[in-house]
Design a protein around this ligand. Structure first.
Ligand code: BYC
Ligand code: FE
Ligand code: FE
Length: 482
């Protein structure tokens, strides 16, 4: 059933793109498939390949009820190619081709640009699986273990999504890129992943929750911008990926909320009023709020780097071309061309952080980044409400955008989370107040002990309010193979 809402599970590769009738692409994907499975076994979740995991699999792209839940061994997961339904009569929403019918094939002049964007997007997906592969060994519960694996298999599917576009629309170049996507490795000295944050370690579950809160949210923003694309197959691919992304951010945000809840509860029970008394709080076996703040500082700043440079001709060109739009482009009320518009951007001017109005087209990375910050703020508000409701006198903040940056203007400066400039010497002295220290890492590491009994949770995290797929509290989300 080609191009439908339902997914065809008859062949080797589940899909709703009529793969059965597309011999060339089907063969290319079937050739790529064994290498993918080898990669998954080498670089996917370590030690759980034979375990049965209660996972959701997409059976339809209908927003109502697209998922089916069942026990699956991860290497047998039905990774498939799923596009959101085509929108009848869709036109290019922005840029110089605004109003023209969307493209079903790649326009020759934009081939290189599109290929680069697909490769960058595709590269992040397996990278995150690689970064998280050790976490299964220290999961705080079977519920959390299952959520980790759900995120991992879906990031695997996101790789499939980009590989499909490369194989279908980029011929031999696409096949070459698809092979390279399986060859690079997160953190590898010789063949690293393409973007900085995807070569960082995810050493503990606090990092996992913050990665899924912040870095998966960059995924949401970038996919939302690409979902506006005039290249319709990319738009439809990203629209379906976004439905999966929502769960990844849910895992991060509620995970951190449960950590905060447990910390506040333990402090109250022990009668500790001072949240910054890390020694006393840690003695309770829970994570002190200032440590959580330092982890936020780290993961938020690493993620800001993913938005690229403050001023970007790449971004301007992609917008003009109709390839990559703004966040919710179709909901914005302007001319969608931005030729004479300006946008305020924070820059380092004469050694000071200052806003400067620049041409809106070259500031598109910053516009997307500002939308990202707004989105993060609402998540932070939910965390702060947990602290407030517990009656603990502490607030979490997002650090200043100039803090701890490696890409763009501020990579040349040392800036505190409050936005004050520091000398290199002062930064070195104060660094451990702002970013996780070796001591923080050692403490977190001491808490990372697996809890694998159904319905039990490690002492540093509260249980979730509700189960996955409405399952009861003691549901065995993962049947661990010995
Ligand atoms: N690291 O003009 P500029 C996700 C390079 S996350 C290394 O500012 P542009 C996920 C840049 O490549 C979403 N290099 O670049 C989340 C360029 O190099 P070339 C991933 C960097 O293109 C969790 C040069 O600097 N998707 O899905 O405007 C789990 C000039 O920079 C970095 C996308 O990112 C960096 N951080 O902006 C799983 C969407 N930043 O080519 C998955 C596609 C910049 O001149 N990507 N450079 O040699 C893009 O739209 C853009 O390429 C970027 C960069 C926003 C990344
Ligand atoms: Fe993804
Ligand atoms: Fe994700």
């Amino acid at each position: 059933m080609p191009h439908g809402m339902d997914v065809d599970y008859d062949g080797l590769i589940p899909n709703n793109v009529g793969l059965n009738a597309d011999l060339r692409v089907r063969k290319a994907l079937e050739t790529w498939h064994p290498g993918y499975i080898d990669w998954w076994k080498d670089m996917g979740p370590e030690g759980f390949q034979d375990s049965l995991v209660y996972l959701r699999t997409a059976v339809s792209v209908d927003p109502q009820g697209w998922a089916k839940f069942d026990y699956v061994k991860m290497p047998d997961y039905k990774w498939g190619i799923l596009l959101a339904p085509a929108v009848e009569g869709r036109t290019i929403p922005f840029g110089q081709h605004k109003g023209e019918p969307v493209w079903q094939e790649v326009p020759g002049e934009y081939r290189a640009m599109l290929r680069r964007l697909l490769v960058i997007q595709g590269d992040t997906e397996p990278a995150s699986v690689e970064q998280q592969r050790h976490l299964g060994k220290t999961a705080p519960s079977l519920y959390d273990l299952r959520n980790l694996f759900q995120v991992n298999v879906e990031e695997g599917r996101h790789l499939w999504a980009m590989v499909y576009l490369l194989q279908k629309y980029f011929g031999a170049d696409g096949r070459e890129e698809a092979a390279e996507l399986l060859r690079r490795r997160s953190g590898d000295r010789d063949t690293p992943r393409m973007l900085g944050a995807f070569n960082e370690a995810t050493p503990d579950w606090l990092s996992f929750f913050l990665f899924t809160t912040f870095t998966d949210r960059d995924g949401k923003m970038q996919l939302a911008a690409l979902a506006q694309s005039g290249f319709d197959p990319l738009s439809r691919t990203c629209r379906f990926m976004l439905t999966e992304e929502a769960h990844h951010m849910f895992v991060g945000e509620t995970g951190l909320m449960r950590v905060i809840e447990r910390t506040c509860q333990a402090m109250k029970e022990a009668g500790i009023d001072d949240p910054s008394d890390a020694k006393a709080v840690r003695a309770l076996g829970v994570i002190d709020l200032p440590t959580i703040q330092r982890k936020i500082n780290l993961h938020y700043s690493l993620t800001l780097d993913l938005f690229g440079n403050e001023i970007s001709t790449n971004a301007a060109n992609a917008f003009n071309a109709g390839i990559k739009g703004r966040y919710r482009e179709d909901k914005l009320a302007d001319d969608h061309r931005l030729i004479d518009d300006t946008y305020p951007v924070l820059r380092l001017i004469d050694g000071q952080v200052a806003a400067q109005d620049v041409p809106a087209l070259s500031a598109l990375n910053m516009r997307l980044r500002d939308d990202f910050t707004d989105d993060c703020d609402s998540g932070l508000g939910r965390w702060n409400r947990v602290i407030e409701q517990a009656g603990v006198n502490f607030r979490l903040h997002l650090p200043h955008v100039a803090f701890n940056r490696r890409i763009g203007e501020f990579s040349r400066a040392h800036v505190t989370p409050d936005g004050a400039l520091l000398s290199p010497e002062a930064w070195e002295r104060q660094r451990d107040r702002y970013l996780p220290s070796a001591e923080d890492a050692a403490f977190l590491d001491s808490l990372m002990v697996a809890e694998t009994r159904p319905g039990h949770y490690a002492g540093w995290i509260a249980p979730p309010r509700t189960g996955i797929d409405s399952k009861p509290g003691d549901f065995e989300y993962v049947r661990i193979a010995e």
